[in-house]
Structures are given as C-alpha cells and as structure tokens.
Design a protein around this ligand. Structure first.
Ligand SMILES: [Zn+2]
Length: 69
C-alpha cells in the first residue's frame, strides 16, 4: 500500500476523529514532511477535512488535523 492509501485507511477506521500530521507520521512510521504531502491534498478532497482541530491522539488543540467526515 502507498502512504496515501494507508493514511486513508487509518482515518476511515477512526472516523470522525481528527489526527495531526505528527501523529499520523508516527503511526505510519513516516516523516512529517512526507506525511504532510499526503494529508494536504487529501484534506481538499470530498469526505475529508483538514483544519485546526483537536488531535485525538496527542490532544493538541490547535494543530492542523485531518479527519474523515
Ligand atoms: Zn497529534
């Protein structure tokens, strides 16, 4: 699976919880830069939202976090 496919599966299985890029990078065993290149376009697609939100994993309240709607 590509990183994008794994991120989609991760978010879909935890919908509608939001996760910041750092936590997704940790979960994927990837780096933040690579993860951001995936979450940014994904956040522009229908069914996903990427905004400043509460991260379900680390509890940060004001980081860009993505979630499945
Ligand atoms: Zn987080």
């Amino acid at each position: 699976m590509t990183l994008a496919e794994r991120v989609v599966e991760f978010l879909n299985s935890r919908r509608p919880s939001a996760f910041c890029d750092d936590c997704i990078a940790d979960e994927m065993g990837s780096n933040r830069h690579h993860t951001q290149q995936t979450t940014h376009p994904l956040g522009l697609t229908r069914g996903y939202e990427r905004a400043r939100n509460h991260c379900h994993r680390c509890g940060a309240d004001n980081k860009l976090a993505i979630r499945g709607l």
